[in-house]
Design a protein around this ligand. Sequence first.
Ligand SMILES: NC(=O)CC[C@H](N)C(=O)O
Length: 305
Amino acid sequence: MEKYQKIIEDVYLEVKNTPHSGKVANYIPELAFVDPENFGVNITTIDKESFGVGDFNKKFSVQSITKILSLTLAYKFEGGKLWDRVDVEPSGNPFNSLLQLEADLGKPRNPFINAGAIVICDVLVSHLKNPKEDFLDFCKEISNISTLKYNEKVALSEKGSGYRNVALCNFIKSFGNIKNDVEEVLDFYFNMCSLEMTCKELSKTVLFLADDHFVTHKGERVLTMSQAKRINAILLTCGFYDESGEFAFRVGLPGKSGVGGGIVAIHPDQYCIAVWSPKLNIKGNSYKGMLFLEKFTSKTTSSIF
Ligand SMILES: NC(=O)CC[C@H](N)C(=O)O
């Protein structure tokens, strides 16, 4: 851990003082109220050592980052059959795009674009008795954080304005790739996206993707090693939408962003690192989050390449 601390502190100050670029997401009205100056970083190593700077203990809306956890649970339920419903190819299009779905007959390119994440929610609605509660319990179990919560205001705010997601869900249903009631699937999707975590909590929660020997506090494995490898592969190729190539090029780690301004990145066999800075670049990824991670992996020479 020591080798990372000083570099995290230095890079944090350097990036904090970089002129702001980008905009806070406001298409979900409730997200626009967040203070754009928030900036936090936290690293957790596979030995469970943790180190944070700045606003690393403030909760924020993790949004699409939760899609790592919903994919994980759906993969546990379905195994390889899951890939009949959703593909594993980068889309090269914005996260909320409808474009490819018609040509692809309602099969989303990957589980991290909204279309794919909505299909994953449908899979979970089919398997879970009380999707919202049961999914939250799963998140609590793998993170060992019993206080995790959805933010109802954020969920309702997106429910009242998420027209593209409503369109996506209906469109996919017209191809038969949504099995449940559209309303129910979307309600679950909006709640899932409204999950809140701190950088510290987030970097701890995804440790199961970094540590080959990870077991929950109940002594259970989350995924097999081969399944974890596959999720990391999809994170590397699809975790940042049409900026996934750029993220791999600049940072060199699998990871996932959310429009709340969070990014979590995974260094298999070493650590997970979470960054939060709400202003987003044009692709919907945190501007300072990406800049921080680029400098961090360059200065520590720790990437998967
Ligand atoms: N990239 C994101 O974080 C998008 C999530 C958001 N809830 C949406 O569906 O638009």
